[in-house]
Design a protein around this ligand. Structure first.
Ligand code: GLV
Ligand code: GLV
Length: 320
């Protein structure tokens, strides 16, 4: 019998790879932090039974049409907007993601951004390193309060709710928008539902936690951004294209937005130079799930999905 083969497009943690090997799966690992280009990936997929892909790998109909044996794509991410789901479904290919295990890490990073932008942590650190700290001053690096303010969550899935949960420790009022209202959650925690516009108008910190879909593309366009409460902060650990990046930049320049904490970008990994020049913006290289424990667990879940499907069992975390 043919030994089943999995292609892995970049070096994910060993925790997942060893699990695959222990289950007698032939691992074709591209052992590099940088993923394969499509013209390198396609020939590898000719006889592959499984693919473990990154969120930066665009898995198109063109690629899938040349992968006749493929049974499963295990995306090493919670988001799966990089995969042509229709093309996969039409070919009977299962798609899985890594939900739950990265919820806490991503919610924690969201909070790191809230604190960094409001307390001007990165800017102040640079000031110290530049040798500019000459003594305590009454008005040095004044930031914004977090405690007692209003946090607006757009997208109340696992991550959005975990971010809201952490806000209780800061005595914040939490407003949220979600396409599916969650009365039980409201009752249990005191969070308040509103429209996207309400959340933008009333929140001091706006944090995005929706997936990117046709209905969330540029959910924050110029018109909506104009509704944001003057002096609010915008945090994005979801997907860049939820926000019209140019409109956001204008709001940062005008001062309508006091600052932004960004882990994702509309044209990732491209980041507009003008953002890099702004001192009221904290820019991260898409590290929401980047803790050792979480990434190990993501690798294990990818491996477990591949093992299940190649053994004829249902996947553990299918996306459809
Ligand atoms: C990260 O952005 C993910 O989707 O896992
Ligand atoms: C993703 O895991 C979400 O539901 O927010």
């Amino acid at each position: 019998m043919k030994v089943p083969k999995v292609v892995i497009t970049a070096a994910i943690p060993e925790a997942g790879i060893s699990l695959l090997r222990a289950n007698h799966i032939d691992v074709d690992l591209h052992d590099s932090p940088q993923s394969l280009q499509p013209d390198e990936l396609i020939p590898k997929l000719h006889n592959a039974d499984a693919l473990i892909s990154l969120l930066s790998d665009s898995i198109t109909e063109h690629i899938l049409s040349q992968a006749p044996e493929l049974k499963i794509i295990a995306n090493y991410a919670v988001g799966f907007n990089n995969i042509d789901l229709n093309a996969a479904q039409n070919r009977g290919i299962i798609v899985t993601n890594t939900p739950d295990v990265l919820t806490a890490a991503t919610a924690d990073l969201t909070w790191a951004l809230i604190m960094s932008v409001s307390k001007r942590i990165v800017e102040a650190d640079r000031f110290v390193r530049d040798g500019k700290f000459t003594g305590w001053q009454p008005q040095l690096f004044l930031g914004g309060d977090v405690s007692g303010k209003t946090l607006g969550i757009i997208g109340a899935g696992r991550i959005g709710r975990a971010v809201a949960q952490r806000a209780a420790g800061f005595d914040m009022k939490v407003l949220y928008f979600s396409p599916n209202r969650k009365p039980d959650w409201e009752q249990k925690t005191g969070v308040v539902f509103g429209s996207v516009d309400d959340v933008l108008k009333q929140s001091d910190y706006i944090s995005l936690h929706c997936p990117i879909t046709e209905s969330t593309f540029h959910l924050l366009d110029a018109k909506r951004i104009a509704l944001i409460k003057p002096g609010a902060y915008l945090i994005n650990t979801a997907r860049g294209a939820v926000v019209d990046e140019q409109a956001m930049i204008k709001a940062l320049q005008s001062g309508q937005l006091a600052g932004a904490g960004l882990d994702v970008y509309e044209f990732e990994p491209k980041i507009p130079d003008i953002l890099k020049e702004m001192t009221n913006v904290v820019l991260l290289p898409h590290i929401g799930s980047a803790t050792t424990e979480t990434r190990d667990e993501m690798a294990r879940i990818c491996a477990k999905n591949v093992i299940a499907v190649l053994n004829g069992n249902p996947p553990i975390t299918p996306v459809f």
